[in-house]
Unconditional design. Structure first.
Length: 190
């Protein structure tokens, strides 16, 4: 069986992830990029007219906000969107205090293929380790090669191949390889 992941396979880099481990968890939470399909709550303190709950980020990446019209949300962090809305609202409200919360993260997806019970596309609704991702997929089939798992990831425009040995993670021999899943990761279980 052959699986084509990218037409740019020659640019892939293989990573062992021995140094990083899971130290980047908190940085990833702060850097969440809003995307189409996310549902946001945008609350302006003491200003109900300038507050909206359950705002759906449209396919064009925008949300509609009172008096401000369409605002680009996709590709920005909640903090960046908050600062932009506060800046624009100063015309109408003296010192607006805005909170932007991702109520339902619907834009971030990852994929599991191969010898798992439920292959397919999954919503990345919380920070999830690779072991937790396998649990979502219903675990492995009896033919799974648990020591030859491959994770494909794009970082800084370059594709990386990360080899994962599930057996070693469970034994405690390689727990640093129980990495966090990121949006658009593709996991292959041969």
């Amino acid at each position: 069986m052959a699986i084509l992941i990218s037409p740019h396979a020659s640019f892939c880099q293989e990573s062992e992830l021995k140094d990083k481990g899971n130290d980047t968890l908190f940085a990833e939470i702060k850097d969440y990029a809003i995307g189409s399909g996310d549902v946001l709550d945008i609350i302006t303190w003491k200003e109900a007219d300038f507050s909206r709950e359950e705002l759906f980020v449209r396919i064009d990446g925008k949300v509609t906000f009172p008096l401000l019209g369409d605002i680009q949300a996709a590709g920005r962090t909640p903090q960046q969107l908050k600062e932009d809305i506060e800046r624009q609202l100063k015309t109408y409200v003296g010192s607006p205090v805005v909170t932007v919360t991702v109520r339902v993260p619907g834009s971030q997806k990852f994929y599991i293929l191969g010898e798992v019970v439920r292959t397919g596309e999954y919503n990345l609704v919380k920070h999830l380790t690779i072991i937790q991702a396998f649990a979502l997929a219903g675990g492995f089939t009896e033919w799974a090669s648990k020591d030859e798992i491959i994770l494909f990831r794009v970082e800084e425009g370059k594709e990386k191949i990360i080899r994962v040995n599930y057996k070693k993670i469970l034994k405690g021999d390689d727990f640093n390889n129980n990495i966090f899943i990121k949006a658009n990761d593709t996991i292959i279980v041969p």
